[in-house]
Design a protein around this ligand. Sequence first.
Ligand code: PEP
Ligand code: MN
Length: 338
Amino acid sequence: MIIVLRPDATEEQINHIVDKVKKLGLNPYVSKGTERTIIGVIGPEDVLRVTPLEVFPGVEKVIPVLAPYKLVSREFKKENSVIDLGHGVKIGGKKVVVMAGPCAIESEGILRAIGLSVKKAGALVLRGGAFKPRTSPYSFQGLGEAGLKILKKVGAELGLVTVSEVMDTRDVEIVTNYVDVVQIGARNMQNFNLLKEVGLTKKPVVLKRGPAATVKELLMSAEYILSGGNFNVILCERGIRTFEDSTRNTLDISAVPVIKQLSHLPVIVDPSHAAGKWGLVGPLAKAGVAIGADGLLIEVHTSPEDALSDGAQSLIPSNFANLMYELKGLAKSVEREI
Ligand code: PEP
Ligand code: MN
């Protein structure tokens, strides 16, 4: 349930309600909006039948939340969440944050060359996988911790925020030590133990939609992370499995405004894993910006034909730079900036 406080509710009244909710064995989450404060209450609400919170000073109304996700919902927080990724980069506001880089980190030299090119074109975040979820056990599995060391070094040199995937609860500590943002890949969207583990950290998390997951399931997965105490979650639409086989996945473009209606969390689009082919990445990226995405996640490689992972969908730096130029114009027309 959600406790909506009166605009003139005092700090003392808020603390009193928070204490009461805790004493009842429930978890309060305070959200301070521009106009008023809201307290989300999670836990078995039956106890509230004997202690009606409506009567407490400072309370305007108490609303039951009908959706199964609570902390991620717009009901809980009306304003868009803006998440600080470090290095002065914030996502969820006017700026569309472009995250770009190779699918997998292959060597320091290659990552530096790609990083330089994406930075020059205007990307603010350097992506690169070190723990790779490959369909085949015989494919390149990533450099592991050695890859993360390279990402940290190159990111620091270039002043870029870094993002990399974590696949296993045992690696959460290692990955969070090296990167600014952790990614939970599509295949792990419902790895609930992993979600709980990143929920215990304060690191921003890019949570990718599973290839066969509904928007509601994506929001429920995000709820795991928020309910652990980590509100820094960025949702990512990266294409879903449909009968259509002309693309690797079908970019569910409508998921962006649907999520925006249901949730306050930032949403980004990954056109690369949706398309599967570099020639389709540009149009899908533009669609993402046009429809209100807060960011893009794009694979770039200096030599896609030699890439150890996802070369077919990787843009070469010059094509990425051209795309960024076009996206800047497009962003203006939807009152955003890149
Ligand atoms: C990736 O971003 O490299 C990746 C593996 O993506 P997804 O989890 O969306 O397949
Ligand atoms: Mn990839």
